[in-house]
Design a protein around this ligand. Structure first.
Ligand code: SF4
Ligand code: SF4
Length: 315
């Protein structure tokens, strides 16, 4: 454990900016994740709030090319080196848990190499949590999965405590010319498993009546990672690219197959899929909820659908 004077936080941030790409919640017109520039370490710029839009797009861009081709030459998008720089992310505990959930699925066999590249270059720094009205993380089963954690021991304490839990975190401390020490990871708490019975017809009917199928909930969710793959080619056939684009299980097209058949036509069945995915299927396979309780979906939803209320009604 190491101490960082609260008054030196800005210098700490500036020194990181001079070496790496640093992404943190910044207050502009709204709070949002931003790549910091020189001077952003100034007091009050980096905040500890959780922005409505998560940092998911730094790992899973909305649209990501796999490769380009031009006149018979193929160029892999990963080889252009644009993601080679180390990226340091300042994130709340729930968002770091969101990255951990995405790791479980995207680094599982078969590994997603595009995600892996960005993940390998990322260092996750947990910032002190400022709970907002939308947070529901207390009972959701969050774990310690940071590289470095900044702990605020209390308003009256003049220091933050830095806790490095991984080699990446310890290296960051060494870089700051502080002496490193090892703190063992805390045990992962066991969380109450919940098996959702399939018969909850009324719940899904209500969901179907309430939901507009706009997909705002999955767009802001840090743990919704579904995507579709598409390609583009010029009419002369000499130039094009293959890309993936983030998709949403809340849209009818998501389950459309050849011949035009849609597996989940009604909104209730899509809501059922969303809640089962978050609280049953993922935990059966990986032992965690695929929800970190950030409450973004509820805030972004035009009709304020609360996933926890629906989950609470299930038999
Ligand atoms: S489902 Fe909602 S509360 Fe859970 S992680 Fe996604 S946005 Fe956050
Ligand atoms: S944001 Fe609300 S209305 Fe839109 S798809 Fe999600 S649950 Fe339905």
């Amino acid at each position: 454990m190491h101490l960082l004077k609260k008054g030196d936080f800005g210098k700490f941030v500036e020194s990181l900016i001079s070496r790496h790409e640093v992404i943190a919640p910044v207050k502009t017109d709204i709070v949002r994740f931003k790549v910091l520039e020189k001077g952003d370490g100034a007091e009050g710029k980096v905040v500890f709030d959780s922005p409505l839009y998560s940092a998911k797009e730094f790992f899973l861009p909305i649209k990501e090319p796999f490769y380009y081709f031009k006149k018979g030459k193929i160029c892999e998008s990963m080889e252009d080196g644009k993601n080679a720089r180390k990226r340091i992310f300042f994130m709340n505990r729930c968002d770091i848990n969101g990255v951990h959930r995405n790791d479980l699925i995207l680094l599982d066999d078969p590994v997603d190499p595009y995600y892996r590249e960005k993940r390998d270059n990322a260092i996750l720094v947990e910032i002190p949590c400022v709970q907002s009205k939308r947070c529901s993380c207390v009972d959701i089963g969050l774990i310690d999965c940071y590289d470095l954690r900044i702990i605020d021991p209390g308003q009256d304490n003049p220091n933050y405590v830095l806790d490095a839990a991984t080699e990446k975190g310890r290296h960051m401390i060494k870089e700051m010319y502080l002496s490193a020490s090892y703190l063992p990871k805390q045990d992962i708490p066991s969380h109450q498993a919940r098996n959702i019975a399939a018969e909850n017809k009324e719940v899904w009917e209500d969901y179907g009546k309430d939901c507009f199928s706009c997909s705002a909930c999955t767009a802001v969710c840090p743990t919704c990672t579904c995507f579709t793959i598409d390609g583009f080619m010029k009419l002369n056939g000499e130039e094009g690219h293959l890309y993936r684009e983030l998709a949403s299980c809340q849209l009818p097209e998501f389950t459309k197959v050849a011949g035009g058949f849609v597996f989940r036509k009604d909104r209730g069945s899509r809501g059922k899929q969303r809640i089962h995915c978050k609280f049953q299927y993922f935990r059966e396979k990986y032992g965690h909820n695929r929800c970190v309780g950030c409450g973004r979906c509820n805030e972004a939803c035009p009709v304020s659908i609360n996933i926890f209320e629906y989950f609470g009604r299930l038999k």
